[in-house]
Design a protein. Structure first.
Length: 299
């Protein structure tokens, strides 16, 4: 039988691995997020535009649903994204790209991420509401986390452990770890990470692999040079892969940390605007979301 002390000892190991995976190349930017105008503790701005059309990822190439988003040829994109021109050699300021990516994430309102680092893969289903970010995170090999804007849970061998900053050592560790994870997945964090780069250039269209193993041709928007992050880490390369500004398909981050060496994380973004099944989270949080549904998309 699993004892409380055993569970408490396992909690920091699991949360440390989850946090390290999700935030490689950007995890050391937590302070940047909280101190920047777009930081995690700042008020979340409204999307650049509003729409009553179904949520999705920009204007798709054809009126049929894809994994990147539901079909809707009439849907609009945030103005901050339509202002970016995808022409090879075009310079894109860090602020312009950061604003577009964060605005689109808020505008889409929901989606799915697959984060790969070394031999680990983390899957995240998320939904944004006016209250903040809700999500369920599932790590292979092992580890599940669920969170609302105010609460968080970690699953162990005996069930879900709710985080509580004022609780026992295990509950306090869960609360701390979930807070870091939640922050690293918010649009403000993504914007803060992009803004640290000296600038970006549209490098042209290249063949790139997607999460399902298929390949497609996407625009590569590359950071112009390596740049310093925090904790003495250096981001050696950052590439945003997209078919059109906003609904990003993939982001690659290669970072070097003294004493730990170099590593690359790849985050695949899919199902923009598609509602994930957050029934499990609804039950944990006592939310009335309806079976297989998620909080309403905010416009």
């Amino acid at each position: 039988m699993t004892t409380t002390s055993t569970r408490a000892a396992a909690a920091p190991r699991l949360l440390a691995s989850l946090v390290g995976l999700v935030t490689l190349g950007s995890g050391s930017l937590l302070a940047a997020c909280s101190s920047s105008p777009d930081g995690a503790d700042a008020a979340r701005p409204a999307p650049t535009v509003t729409t009553t059309a179904p949520a999705g990822a920009g204007t798709p190439p054809a009126p049929e649903a894809t994994d990147a988003g539901p079909a809707d040829p009439a849907q609009a994109a945030p103005a901050s994204c339509t202002a970016i021109e995808l022409v090879e050699g075009t310079a894109v300021t860090s602020d312009a790209l950061a604003t577009c990516l964060a605005d689109h994430m808020r505008w889409a309102g929901s989606g799915h991420e697959e984060i790969r680092l070394a031999d680990t893969t983390t899957l995240v289903d998320w939904v944004l509401t006016p209250d903040g970010l809700h999500g369920v995170l599932d790590r292979d090999p092992g580890g599940r986390v669920a969170f609302t804007p105010d609460c968080g849970w970690q699953q162990d061998g005996t069930g879900w452990v709710e985080g509580d900053p004022g609780g026992d050592s295990e509950a306090a560790l869960v609360a701390q770890g979930v807070d870091i994870l939640r922050t690293s997945l918010e649009p403000e964090f993504l914007a803060a990470m992009i803004r640290l780069a000296p600038g970006f250039t549209v490098a042209g269209r290249e063949e790139v692999e997607l999460a399902d193993g298929t390949t497609t041709t996407l625009w590569a928007i590359r950071a112009d040079a390596p740049f310093a992050s925090l904790a003495q880490s250096t981001t050696d390369e950052l590439v945003v892969w997209t078919a059109t500004p906003g609904p990003t398909a993939r982001i690659d981050i290669t970072s070097t940390t003294p004493g730990a060496g170099q590593g690359t994380s790849t985050t695949f973004f899919t199902r923009w605007g598609q509602r994930p099944d957050l029934t499990e989270l609804a039950e944990l949080a006592g939310l009335d979301l309806g079976a297989g549904s998620s909080p309403e998309r905010r416009d």
